[in-house]
Design a protein around this ligand. Structure first.
Ligand code: PA5
Length: 443
């Protein structure tokens, strides 16, 4: 029987041996203790570690109640946020929903179309977003832990003005949902003053580890996914990975250990390639998690992403024969929701009859196997993570798996995986250039 998640490391053996891995076990054991006992770096941001098992039924009920209202009363739901305040929700919705969710007729969708804003500073993006809101019934969920991030703040200001034209203050209070820090930030204050429905991000959970807080749960539930199942999946992974530190039992730590050993051998770039479009934004969520958690103090593996087989026709050449600083992790799905068979053609003019009667899943599987073998022969070690299905349970498991793995990976590199001081540099310069009060030339 296929497990919820399986890690296959066969294709790293000529680069990293079982003996190398065994050599790392005692360090992993020590770092596991640091994580579990809150003795490691950034321990004040370990709220995510046992969050799934501590999530109460009443908390979920509360989120589901708002999501139900949104699904019944909104044609368009705009989630406003950047970085950890939107990538997880987008990943979950893409993973669990119809591929063309927003194009489905509303009756088939059974809820609102889901749009994202606040993740860029583009006039045209916002213009076009406002354009399509038109006469639709709109709900907003503005998400910002700090409550001060410029990109979502600009988007919210513009979208709020649209709401003011459409709705009475009383109706706006029903339609605007704010997810922010429990105690501080401009957004928290604004929500309180305006009387918007507020959801809290625990102070000890950082943005990129927050997908299982209301940051992810509210938009995901508004999108119609089963958040109870998602949290249950995360609980299963939390329990397994907190109980077992051994590298032959804990796939999250094994993945972290392999990455670390490959890095020591000069493999400084990891290409995470999804073999299913529903996994594409999951790997983008992973890219932020890995990049912001590890890339500091002159350290880190550069996290790159690709969608295969599409990108085999764009990046494939580079991977096969380019600079050998790269390793790959393939993320694949064991089964599709709707398997399709390739039909037989009487004329066989396209020469595809050798595939007739076989499923697209089988062809995709062979593409993965062929790619993994070719890239290994080209000098690119690779691992494969296979998830069982597209269920919310599996997704929750996968989210937690990566959080645990990247936390361990950061600890193995000796960095604090829970801060992101480098992100402030562009902001400081931008504020200075924009003459933001307090950021004048004298600063
Ligand atoms: O992981 C992080 O902490 C960041 O990526 C944040 O999520 C991102 O910068 C957005 O921050 P905020 O939620 O405070 O607006």
């Amino acid at each position: 029987m296929i497990k919820t998640l399986e890690l296959n490391t066969d294709n790293i053996q000529s680069f990293v041996t079982e003996q190398d891995l065994e050599g790392l076990q005692s360090e992993i054991n020590r770092l596991h203790q640091d994580l579990e006992s809150g003795q490691g770096k950034g321990a004040e941001f370990l709220g995510w570690l046992h969050l799934p098992s501590q999530t109460s039924q009443s908390h979920l009920k509360d989120i589901e109640k708002s999501a139900k209202w949104i699904r019944e009363n909104c044609e368009t739901f705009v989630s406003i946020g950047i970085g950890g305040s939107y990538l997880g929700a987008q990943a979950a919705i893409d993973f669990g929903s119809h591929t063309f969710l927003n194009q489905l007729p509303p009756t088939a969708r059974g809820g609102p179309e889901i749009l994202f804003a606040g993740q860029n500073i583009s006039s045209d993006y916002l213009h076009d977003l406002l354009d399509i809101l038109g006469d639709k019934q709109v709900c907003l969920n503005v998400i910002s832990k700090s409550g001060t991030t410029t990109e979502p703040a600009i988007a919210f200001r513009l979208l709020k003005q649209i709401m003011e034209k459409k709705y009475s203050p009383e109706e706006m209070r029903k339609r605007i949902f704010v997810t922010t820090d429990p105690d501080k930030g401009a957004l928290r204050q604004l929500a309180e003053e305006e009387g918007y429905r507020r959801f809290e991000i625990p102070a000890n959970v950082g943005g990129r580890y927050s997908v299982l807080t209301p940051v992810g749960l509210l938009p995901v539930a508004a999108g119609g996914l089963d958040i109870r199942e998602m949290v249950a999946g995360a609980v299963a992974c939390e329990q397994h990975t907190s109980r077992h530190a051994a590298l032959d039992q804990n796939p999250a730590y094994r993945y972290a250990a392999v990455r670390n050993l490959l890095l020591r051998k000069g493999k400084t770039l990891e290409l995470m390639a999804a073999f299913h479009p529903a996994l594409q934004t999951v790997v983008e969520w992973w890219r932020q998690l890995a990049g912001e958690s590890e890339g500091k103090d002159g350290k880190g593996i550069f996290p790159a992403t690709a969608e295969f087989t599409a990108d085999l026709h764009s990046l494939g050449q580079w991977v096969q024969e380019g600079n050998r600083i790269i390793f790959e992790t393939f993320l694949r799905m064991a089964s599709s929701n709707h398997p399709i068979e390739i039909p037989k053609s009487p004329e066989d003019r396209d020469g595809l009859n050798y595939l007739a009667g076989r499923s697209l899943d089988e062809v995709n599987e062979k593409a993965w196997q062929g790619t993994a073998q070719a890239h290994l022969e080209g000098g690119v070690p690779n691992m494969t993570l296979t998830v069982k299905d597209r269920s919310a349970h599996t997704l929750g498991y996968l989210f937690y798996f990566f959080q645990r793995a990247i936390a361990m990976s950061g600890y193995l590199m000796g960095v604090n995986p829970f801060d992101q001081p480098g992100v402030e540099f562009y902001k400081r310069n931008m504020f200075q250039l924009l003459n933001k009060p307090g950021y004048g030339k004298e600063k």
